[in-house]
Design a protein around this ligand. Structure first.
Ligand code: SAM
Length: 274
């Protein structure tokens, strides 16, 4: 029986063989590498990956799909039935070497999944992800770009980011309302600009972009003093989107204060938005 795509699981299945082929070419999987696929769905990408790798691990949330995948691919595919957000990628990394991660991510939870994976960036070789184009636009946005935001800075802090190509909505069934992009992220082995305190850097970046049209002086009031701007060599009259990752790190380091004396982060159960 065919599977009815489920909206709540963000199911837009790849149907265009030429797009799948281009994705596999960009991933360039090789025998001996350890790959994790997030959300294999009906196996559109799983099949060509398995042909090249011989074996693969995949995590799939939809419990109806897991038995179908096992039946279709047999023991070559290890299916973890569960939520990618609860999976520790470090536990799947080989003893020697690093894990490669691929996936046509469910768009409704793509950024939480991305940040969950990046928390284990030390054990990840690279990530190839199909995401909403607008999200990739923000990921790759350089300083000065209109689309630059918190996502750009926090992803670029940890990875080299490269858009491979765009994918039209017609490549999926059902077709999503938006265009997609395939993106490659390669975590830096050594961070080019390591922050003294990453949680604090994230807080500064979040506050800076919360007041998008404000100057940094205004959006960072109460967090970053004038002296810290001066020490970091950052113009307090500038706007957040003009700053490089390095400048944000200098600013956060210069304004670093003990965690217990920081202002309380906003309360409420809403998921953080990038
Ligand atoms: N890879 C398939 C393809 O390209 O045709 C399916 C892609 S579809 C956009 C996203 C897949 O991720 C679905 O199979 C969905 O059930 C699964 N999924 C959704 N949320 C998930 C989660 N939190 N953890 C793991 N898989 C998830």
């Amino acid at each position: 029986m065919s599977h009815r795509p489920r909206k709540r699981f963000g199911q837009n299945f790849l149907r265009d063989p030429s797009v799948i082929q281009r994705m596999v070419t960009a991933i360039a999987p090789r025998q001996g590498q350890t790959l994790l696929e997030i959300g294999p769905g009906e196996g559109a990408l799983t099949e060509p990956l398995l042909e090249r790798l011989g074996s693969l691990t995949a995590v799939e949330l939809d419990r109806d799909l897991a038995p179908r995948l096992r039946e279709r691919f047999g023991p070559a595919l290890t299916v973890i039935e569960g939520d990618a957000l609860e999976l520790d990628p470090a536990g799947l990394a080989p003893a020697q070497g690093r894990l490669r991660v691929v996936g046509n991510l469910p768009y409704n939870v793509s950024t939480p999944i991305l940040f969950h994976l990046l928390a284990a960036a030390d054990t990840i070789e690279d990530l190839h992800l199909l995401l909403q184009r607008e999200v990739v636009d923000r990921m790759v946005a350089p300083p000065g770009s209109r689309t630059r935001g918190r996502l750009s800075v926090m992803v670029q802090y940890r990875c080299r980011v490269e858009r491979c190509f765009n994918v039209p909505a017609g490549a999926f069934f059902p077709a999503p309302k938006v265009m997609s992009s395939f993106v490659r992220l390669v975590p830096h082995r050594l961070l080019p600009a390591p922050a003294q305190d990453e949680a604090w850097l994230q807080e500064v970046v979040t506050a800076a972009f919360a007041g998008r049209r404000k100057t940094l002086r205004n959006s960072l009031k109460g967090r970053v003093a004038e002296a810290a701007f001066e020490a970091a060599g950052v113009d307090p009259g500038a706007r957040a989107e003009t700053l490089s990752v390095e400048a944000f790190v200098r600013l956060a380091d210069a304004a670093r204060v003990a965690p217990e004396s920081r202002p309380r982060p906003p309360q409420g159960g809403e998921r953080e938005s990038y």
